[in-house]
Design a protein around this ligand. Structure first.
Ligand code: PLP
Length: 357
């Protein structure tokens, strides 16, 4: 058994990744680190399937929202934000707090955004410069069809900012193939690392928009970060140990093979859903759009999700998450991303059966 830590982030960290963090410090602008950093960024580009830039900041997933808004828009610009869960909601909130007009398009939590819904919404907001999308909504276990949604936005000349926090490195992402403009993720999800690194892929149209952005920015300014990253250095001190962790995890992903990693997650998703449905429990996600990194499960009427999660931990040593916002006590969320195999899910599902079956 590896781990019974089935939170949808932070996720279980493999020993090789922890080991990498024990490495001695080196000068962060010295030749050794420069060579390391450049090769890490190339690895991250391959995993995003992009030839454009992938930049890395110390931060959590939320930083990725702020990077998108402050680098590629200006105060007063309009965006359309797709909201069908906690993280879509927060993306819209961040945009609004920073001074951008976020036109929210809301669906009930658990629903997926279909391209026609976006097309209608964009028709109502022709002045919008960007669309804020969540690839994998961690609060509901829904994977939105980002490739198709991005195509709709692009037809209207709008930028696509994609939150890939719980998708990148677990669910297929094809940054260049989907022709999206920006996608961010966090080290603590399918990347199998401790929390603390924000990873952002940035495409050519976003860089054009960067030139027009008037937002004040310093720490999240992507321009200097891009220029210096190309030389293997960063404007401020990089999180050296976390970068070692991230590179080691990325090496593990490449050694397994990206397509194999995606297939393993697809299998884990199917296994989890089958186990849950065999118990007569219902999923939160709209059929056909269930996530392969996190499964959200409705609690039977009258049963507290918080109590169920506590019993899973106390009686079986299995850690899962409860819901967020209005679903806080109504659902549990089982993470199956990163360092997970089918035996781990067998253990988790056996515990769920003992508590909820
Ligand atoms: C889809 C998604 N976006 C954004 C975030 C926010 O990330 P963080 O809490 O690392 O700032 C999370 C965190 O769980 C997430 O799942």
């Amino acid at each position: 058994m590896k781990s019974n830590f089935r939170l949808p982030g932070p996720t279980a960290v493999p020993p090789q990744v922890y080991d990498a963090m024990q490495r001695e410090m080196v000068p962060h602008r010295g030749a050794e680190f420069v060579a390391f950093y450049r090769s890490m960024l190339e690895r991250l580009q391959r995993i995003h399937k992009t030839e454009s830039d992938v930049l890395v900041w110390p931060g959590s997933g939320s930083a990725g929202w702020e990077i998108a808004i402050t680098n590629f828009l200006s105060p007063g610009d309009e965006t359309v934000a797709l909201v069908a869960g906690e993280f879509g909601d927060r993306f819209a909130l961040v945009a609004g707090k920073l001074g951008v007009v976020a036109h929210r398009v809301e669906l009930p939590w658990g629903s997926a955004f279909h391209p026609e819904i976006l097309a209608t919404a964009l028709g109502a907001h022709p002045g919008a410069k960007a669309v804020c999308l969540t690839h994998n909504e961690t609060s509901t276990g829904v994977t939105h069809p980002i490739g198709e949604l991005a195509a709709v936005a692009r037809e209207r000349g709008m930028l696509t900012f994609v939150d890939g926090v719980s998708s990148v490195a677990g669910i297929p992402v094809d940054f260049d193939g989907w022709d999206i403009d920006y996608m961010m993720s966090g080290s603590q999800k399918a990347w199998m690392c401790p929390p603390g690194v924000t990873i952002a892929a940035i495409g050519p149209r976003a860089w054009d928009a960067y030139e027009r952005s008037t937002f004040p920015k310093f720490f999240w300014d992507a321009g200097p970060m891009r220029e210096m990253s190309a030389q293997g250095i960063t404007p401020t001190t990089p999180p050296v140990s976390l970068d070692y962790a991230l590179d080691t995890a990325a090496q593990m992903i490449e050694a397994e093979g990206l397509e194999h990693v995606f297939a393993r997650h697809a299998d884990l998703g199917a296994q989890t859903r089958a186990g849950i449905e065999a118990l007569g429990l219902e999923l939160v996600a709209e059929p056909g759009f269930e996530s392969n990194t996190v499964t959200a499960v409705q609690m039977p009427d009258g049963l507290s999700a918080k109590l169920a999660a506590q019993r899973l931990l106390d009686e079986h040593g299995v850690t899962v998450a409860t819901g967020q916002s209005h679903l806080a006590d109504r659902i549990i969320r089982i993470g199956h991303m990163g360092w997970v195999d089918s035996e781990d899910m067998d253990n988790c599902l056996a515990a769920v059966k003992a508590v909820l079956g």
